[in-house]
Design a protein around this ligand. Structure first.
Ligand code: IPD
Ligand code: CA
Ligand code: CA
Ligand code: CA
Length: 258
């Protein structure tokens, strides 16, 4: 196995065990607000510490970019971490959330894991080596038309996000697809596209740590990732679209006049 992926899996398992225990021992959870509708807990912070500690034991010189503690160190190799993707679900006792870890070298993502500790599902990928769920190879779906597509999205719930622009896209897409899920963990939405459970995913206003790992897993499972206009997706893009290649084209066609 790719050496970086091995360490990412180890870190995700360590944080995942910790988060799953806390999920079942709810008196330990202390949450705080970071802004309107935006929460963090002591469990997010401790999980992030455990992940960084695991990485540093093998790669003390690598840099870190993590949601709760920001940037650390300076190196061509950066670990991009979301210690708990789906905090609102976690805080509400909804067992759907994940840990997302990506390794980037000179700007290129080379290894990635998205781990669902409640289902014990480890989605992973290494650049050029395909994507796996636990030890099974992943492949995106082949639904080419929106009519046959189950899509996922995330709503613009944060302060300052453009709800009317979002709704224009929703209006264009929703009448044509099977249905739209809003499950609450963008990293898992991407992993599910890679697994063919979902045919496509789109959202506005995500951060690098939400999508860095999932985007590589989708690509390595044969899918495509861009912004909502079809431009190259980076962690700084204002929107994301991920889908199997056939649906990807149809999706862009449907929203091109917005
Ligand atoms: C959030 C989840 C959610 C998405 C939000 C993210 P967090 O991450 O991925 O699905 O809609 O935009 O911020 O804050 O729970 O790590
Ligand atoms: Ca957050
Ligand atoms: Ca997140
Ligand atoms: Ca998070």
């Amino acid at each position: 196995m790719n050496a970086y992926k091995t360490i990412a899996v180890r870190a995700a398992n360590r944080a995942g065990d910790y988060i799953a225990k806390a999920f079942n021992d709810r008196d330990r959870i202390i949450s705080q607000s970071k802004g309107l509708n935006d929460f963090v807990s002591n469990i997010d912070e401790q999980a992030e510490y455990l992940i960084i500690d695991t990485i540093k034991k093998s790669y003390p010189d690598h840099a870190i970019f993590a949601e709760e503690s920001g940037h650390q160190g300076n190196s061509d190799t950066v670990w991009v971490i979301d210690p708990l993707d789906g905090t609102t679900n976690f805080l509400r006792g909804i067992p759907h959330f994940s840990i997302s870890i990506a390794v980037r070298q000179k700007g290129k993502t080379v290894a990635a894991v998205v781990y669902d500790p409640m289902q014990d599902e480890m989605f992973s990928a290494a650049n050029g080596s395909g994507a796996q769920l636990n030890n099974k190879r992943l492949r995106v779906s082949n639904a080419k038309k929106l009519e046959n597509a189950l899509l996922a999205t995330g709503f613009p719930f944060r302060e300052g996000q453009d709800l009317s622009k979002y709704l224009e896209y929703f209006q264009a897409l929703y009448p044509h697809c099977i249905d739209m899920r809003r499950a609450g963990s963008a990293a898992l939405d991407l992993a599910y596209v890679a697994a063919g459970r979902l045919d496509g995913f789109w959202e506005f206003g995500l951060s690098d740590w939400d999508t860095a790992a999932g985007a590589l897993i989708v690509k390595e499972a044969g899918g495509m990732v861009s912004d909502i206009k079809g431009n190259q997706y980076t962690g700084d893009s204002a929107s994301i679209l991920a889908a199997n290649p056939g649906l990807f084209k149809h999706f862009l066609q449907t929203v091109k006049n917005i």
